[in-house]
Write a protein that binds this ligand. Structure first.
Ligand SMILES: [Zn+2]
Ligand SMILES: [Zn+2]
Length: 171
C-alpha cells in the first residue's frame, strides 16, 4: 500500500495521528502523539523498524517525555487506513507482545512501548527466525512423539488381540 497522506484516526483512542517523516526510509509513520502514543505502520513499513540496529530516532523523538492516555487493549480496533477489523497477533514466537494486524491492507498498530519491547527481543532477523525454527522443531518433535505413542499403543492392542485370538484358537 502506498504511503498515504490522509490523516489517520488512532484505532485505540480516536485521536488524530501525526505523520512523522523518517528520512532514512523516506516514509511517513503515523503516531498518536496527542492521545495514547500508539504507532501505525503501513504494509511493510514495520519490517524497517523491528530490529535493534534499525534507526527509530524520529519515532522516539515523537513520543519521548510524554504522558499518554491509557487505552483498553481488549476493545475491538479498526484499521485507520482501510477500516477493516484488526486482529491481535503475537509479535513473535516469544508471545510477549500482542500487536493489531489488518489482514485487509497489511497495516499494523502497536500500543505505546510495544515497539521498544519487540526490538529488545532479538538482536536481528536471524535470531528471530532461529527462534521460530526452534519452536517448529519442538512442536514437530512433540507431534512425532505422540504419533509414536499412538503407534505403540496400537501395537500393544494388536498383540493383546493376538494373544486373545491365540488363546481362543488353542481352546
Ligand atoms: Zn491513540
Ligand atoms: Zn487496513
Amino acid at each position: 500500500m502506498a504511503d498515504s497522506h490522509q490523516t489517520l484516526r488512532c484505532p485505540a483512542c480516536g485521536e488524530e495521528m501525526k505523520k512523522i517523516f523518517i528520512p532514512s526510509q523516506g516514509i511517513n509513520i503515523d503516531i498518536c502523539t496527542e492521545g495514547c502514543g500508539g504507532i501505525f505502520f503501513d504494509n511493510r513499513e514495520f519490517a524497517m523498524f523491528d530490529e535493534k540496529h534499525e534507526n527509530i530516532d524520529e519515532i522516539i523523538k515523537a513520543v519521548e517525555n510524554k504522558e499518554f492516555q491509557k487505552v483498553d487493549e481488549s476493545l475491538p480496533r479498526y484499521c485507520p487506513a482501510c477500516g477493516a477489523k484488526m486482529v491481535k497477533n503475537y509479535a513473535s514466537i516469544k508471545k510477549e507482545v500482542q500487536v493489531d494486524d489488518c489482514y485487509s491492507c497489511g497495516g499494523k498498530f502497536l500500543d505505546h512501548g510495544e515497539l521498544a519491547h519487540i526490538r529488545s527481543q532479538y538482536e536481528n532477523e536471524l535470531e528471530r527466525s532461529n527462534d521460530v525454527l526452534k519452536f517448529v522443531y519442538n512442536e514437530v518433535g512433540k507431534e512425532i512423539a505422540s504419533v509414536e505413542a499412538v503407534a505403540e499403543k496400537g501395537l500393544k492392542r494388536r498383540s493383546l488381540l493376538k494373544k486373545l485370538f491365540d488363546t481362543l484358537i488353542l481352546d
